[in-house]
Design a protein around this ligand. Structure first.
Ligand code: SF4
Ligand code: SF4
Length: 163
């Protein structure tokens, strides 16, 4: 099993709340705006797992790949980015921490509440998955790109007075 597959496995059963948080918000993170398609970035190598799956499309997105899902999914098929949402593993010095994903702040009620409102086991699994992926060069590069994007979003929010 690759580190990527292990990370996906670690987050196959754990979710932000012990119950289904989608019940409370109408699964907002899975809904696209009318006329828009939203997707999520794939971790490097994850595209191989979707080759034979019907209803999923993969598009280029700069250095990375974006996957467009069918709108519902089996937990076993869920991309790692969705499994981690609304958290993201961020490297701080010599350690990895699970942080609220800046992209989730306008969508997810749990993100607004903060990490304390989530299942600690979920947050720890996101952290551990990130720590493990950090040891794989291509995954590390991807995590660094995500971290840069987070900083840009934070700066933008601050500029708009929403920090
Ligand atoms: S938007 Fe947040 S609370 Fe709603 S389903 Fe997604 S992760 Fe759960
Ligand atoms: S892949 Fe699944 S969890 Fe992710 S947005 Fe689509 S339906 Fe939601």
């Amino acid at each position: 099993m690759t580190e990527l597959e292990k990370a996906r496995k670690m987050l196959e059963k754990l979710t932000p709340l012990k119950g289904d948080c989608g019940k409370y918000c109408g699964a907002r993170c899975c809904s696209s705006l009318e006329g828009e398609e939203t997707g999520m970035l794939l971790f490097p190598g994850e595209e191989d797992l979707y080759e034979d799956l019907e209803g999923w499309r993969i598009l280029p997105a700069g250095e990375d790949l974006l996957i467009i899902c069918p709108g519902t999914c089996d937990r076993k098929d869920r991309p790692l980015a969705c499994r981690m949402f609304p958290l993201l593993p961020i490297r701080k010095g010599e350690e990895t921490v699970a942080r609220i994903d800046e992209r989730s702040r306008t969508v997810c009620p749990l993100a607004r509440q903060g990490k304390k409102g989530m299942d600690p086991a979920f947050a720890e699994a996101v952290r551990q998955a990130g720590e493990m992926l950090w040891e794989v060069p291509e995954q590390r590069d991807f995590l660094q790109r995500l971290a840069r994007e987070q900083e840009e979003l934070k700066a933008l929010r601050s500029l708009l007075g929403k920090a």
